[in-house]
Design a protein around this ligand. Structure first.
Ligand code: LP5
Ligand code: MN
Length: 243
């Protein structure tokens, strides 16, 4: 069994979803061969040094939970989202996880998948794509990672506020995957089943690309009282609720 999940948006201010996730790590996740976390595991990741922040054990506790799962034999793979693009090699080592590129092709004996956070396909959102290019730039990241952790946390909070304000004026369609860009993507990746998150619009979509039916699965975001993962059992994908 392979699990796919995303958009948990874990933060010290969200104890409910944190409880659900830590319970998942200690229970359902143990029966998976591998779990793939496809972005926005965290509400805002200010840098890997937050793992050992003496003033806030939250990030370290989540990383320790992931490490315990990895040490128990379940593979853990993590993709960057637009909130946790600063997850780095130190996080990967401490959590026992592997950082994935975006997109990432997952070729199994039973099926072919392509995994993505999904934000890169929201091409109608020019403002966001400009932001994304900026924050994924290594020099930009190195510049900000040299700032003190407390300052980075304050900047992240300001960025969150600006984002919420920006979204209020945006048509919903702008904040979804662009249909033509998505079909081009599916063609580029050999009509593999696409699994992604980001939009918080869980669904199974059937695309017809060059006469070929291609499935696109959107993962559910997690709430304070509910989580969800998608499971592949070598024959079908099924959604599983966590309370
Ligand atoms: O994230 P969400 O769901 O609100 O909306 C996203 C897009 N917005 C973003 C911005 C993030 O929320 C910002 C928070 C990042 C936290 C971690 C950063 C740690 C860095 C610490 C060191 C500096 O991703 C939003 C999309 C929406 O998805 C739907 O797809 O529309 O995009 C926008 O709103 C575009 C705006 O331009 C984003 C503006 C963000 C703030 C920019 C500040 C510039 C840098 C300031 C540096 C001091
Ligand atoms: Mn996202």
């Amino acid at each position: 069994m392979i699990h796919f999940l995303s958009d948990l948006h874990l933060s010290p201010g969200a104890p409910g979803v944190t409880r659900i996730f830590l319970n998942y790590l200690g229970n359902e996740a143990r029966s998976a061969e591998r779990i793939f976390i496809l972005g926005d595991l965290f509400e805002a990741w200010p840098g890997d040094d937050s793992i050992d922040d003496p003033d806030d054990r939250f990030y370290g506790d989540i990383v320790a939970g992931l490490r315990q799962l990895a040490d128990s034999g379940t593979g853990v793979a993590v993709q960057h989202g637009n909130r946790d693009f600063l997850l780095g090699e130190h996080f990967a080592e401490r959590s026992g996880s592997m950082l994935l590129p975006d997109p990432c092709v997952l070729s199994l004996p039973s099926w072919q998948f392509v995994l993505s956070h999904g934000d890169a396909l929201c091409t109608d959102d020019a403002e966001y794509q400009t932001f994304r290019t900026q924050v994924r730039n290594k020099d930009w990241q190195d510049f900000f990672l040299r700032k003190p952790l407390a300052e980075r946390k304050a900047i992240a909070a300001a960025m969150r506020e600006q984002s919420e304000a920006s979204k209020r004026d945006k048509p919903m369609q702008t904040m979804d995957l662009n249909p033509a860009a998505t079909d081009d993507f599916l063609r580029q990746y050999g009509y593999a089943t696409l699994i992604h998150g980001h939009t918080h619009r869980p669904a199974r979509h059937d695309h017809v690309v060059d006469g070929i039916h291609v499935e696109r699965w959107v993962l559910s975001d997690w709430r304070e009282d509910r989580g969800e993962y998608l499971a592949w059992d070598s024959q079908q994908l099924t959604r599983h609720e966590l309370l």
